[in-house]
Design a protein around this ligand. Structure first.
Ligand SMILES: *Cc1c(COP(=O)(O)O)cnc(C)c1O
Length: 401
């Protein structure tokens, strides 16, 4: 067991933007006995979770489930559709974009990396300009991170889709939704995304260990001629057997029990209500940050993330020192600054299995942490969040959305 000597009482507050809090219902589902993955019962489970994932992804297209973290599904999206030396267009929105780029380069792809300041989403106009300049059609794919988890910034995927369409360019559109799916509206079919990449441990409320690809017809066609070596990640073996509810190799059976339960919870609440809940808790968080007199990393309000908020530390104060004090004194984990934001920001996760009073506890921990760590701030951030939550009924907001 992990020693819990300093805070043995009450729940730990896991407010990193993934892994997120796993609902008790999901934990209980995962604790069921493992069954034969080639037996009759399993087929029902396999079919149900594949159908449920299509519903969350808003697609009629094929979906595959890997026993892997999100990084595996990143690799799968690339190796199934591309060949060594192919050009791909990516945008430097933050650390996750940087990591996907590195992965692509290790596979032998040539990445055109649109520079960014880590405070904005991918720029549709810049993508349009690059594609227009690519008269020979050398660029085979545009890769986007929908919700950049390292910065709390959302890329407007439909605007990028429109930009690609205006150029008439044939590039595939590949989108990472690892920290947006189940928290922020996303539409694989309506936005004509070719490969969607998703993961289990963020908005889907599961532990880490599952990841997903949703695959358009155009991506399936590209897979026929793609020449990057692939075996474990190959879609074709999955797609051949999935309609029967089975998998070509041993699936993560117990995580699939959890997925089944988590999908039930999302559909019972209603996806629109889930998104409205995330919007509301995110807005309350931003009001708290402004109330403290601190800066939100995301520079454009139309790109605010409903999954997390990244907060810029006042000059001369280290975010990791602050986070350590919050953990030691209040038993709460906040997200660290990643890559070049290390020490400069901290991230408040407000996604997944989360509600108003959990948010209030989180914000109280942050405000007390500022006082404990001697971080200059104004009083009243917490109060601004409470006032907002008390004054705006949930149902009205859900109807507006
Ligand atoms: C968490 C995350 C990843 C990485 O997923 P792993 O499960 O850690 O492999 C990739 N992209 C985004 C946007 C993420 O939030």
């Amino acid at each position: 067991m992990i020693p819990l000597d300093s805070h043995p009482s009450g729940r730990h507050f896991l407010q990193i933007p993934g892994p997120t809090n796993v609902p008790d219902r999901v934990l209980r589902a995962i604790a069921q006995p493992t069954i034969d993955h080639r037996g009759p019962e399993f087929a029902l489970l396999g079919k149900a979770v594949l159908a449920g994932m299509k519903r969350v992804l808003k697609t009629e297209a094929d979906v595959v489930i890997y026993p892997a973290s999100g990084t595996g599904a990143w690799e799968a999206a690339l190796v199934n559709t591309l060949s060594a030396g192919d050009r791909v267009l990516m945008a430097e929105t933050g650390q996750f974009a940087v990591l996907w780029k590195k992965l692509a380069e290790r596979l032998g792809l040539v990445v055109d990396f649109l520079p960014g300041d880590w405070r904005h989403g991918a720029d549709p106009a810049a993508i349009e300009a690059r594609l227009r300049a690519d008269e020979g059609g050398a660029i085979k794919a545009v890769c986007l991170v929908h919700n950049e988890t390292s910065t709390g910034v959302v890329t407007r995927v439909p605007a990028v889709r429109d930009a690609i369409d205006r150029t008439g360019h044939a590039a595939l559109l590949l989108v990472d939704t690892i920290s947006s799916l189940g928290s922020i509206d996303y539409r694989h079919d309506a936005w004509r995304v070719d490969v969607t990449v998703a993961g289990s441990q963020k908005g889907l409320m599961l532990p880490p260990g599952l990841s997903f690809n949703a695959i358009s017809r155009k991506a399936l066609a590209a897979a026929k001629s793609a020449r990057l070596p692939r075996s474990y990640w190959d879609w074709s073996e999955m797609l051949a057997i999935n309609p029967t509810g089975y998998f070509p190799y041993t699936p993560a059976t117990n995580l699939l029990y959890g997925l089944h339960e988590a999908l039930d919870m999302l559909f019972a609440e209603g996806l629109d209500a889930v998104f409205a809940r995330h919007d509301r808790l995110a807005e309350a968080t931003r009001r708290a940050v402004r109330g403290w007199g601190l800066e939100i990393l995301c520079a454009d309000p139309s790109e605010y993330s409903a999954s997390l908020t990244a907060v810029v530390m006042p000059e001369g104060h280290n975010a990791d020192n602050f986070r350590k004090i919050v953990l030691d004194r209040y038993d709460m984990s906040l997200g660290q600054g990643l890559g070049k934001m290390s020490g400069r920001i901290f991230r408040i996760g407000h996604l997944g299995w989360f509600n108003e009073l959990m948010l209030c506890g989180t914000l109280a921990g942050v405000e007390m942490g500022f006082a404990s760590a001697g971080v200059p701030h104004r009083k009243g951030g917490m109060q601004a969040a409470l006032d907002y939550l008390a004054a705006t009924p949930v149902r009205e907001l859900a109807n507006v959305n």
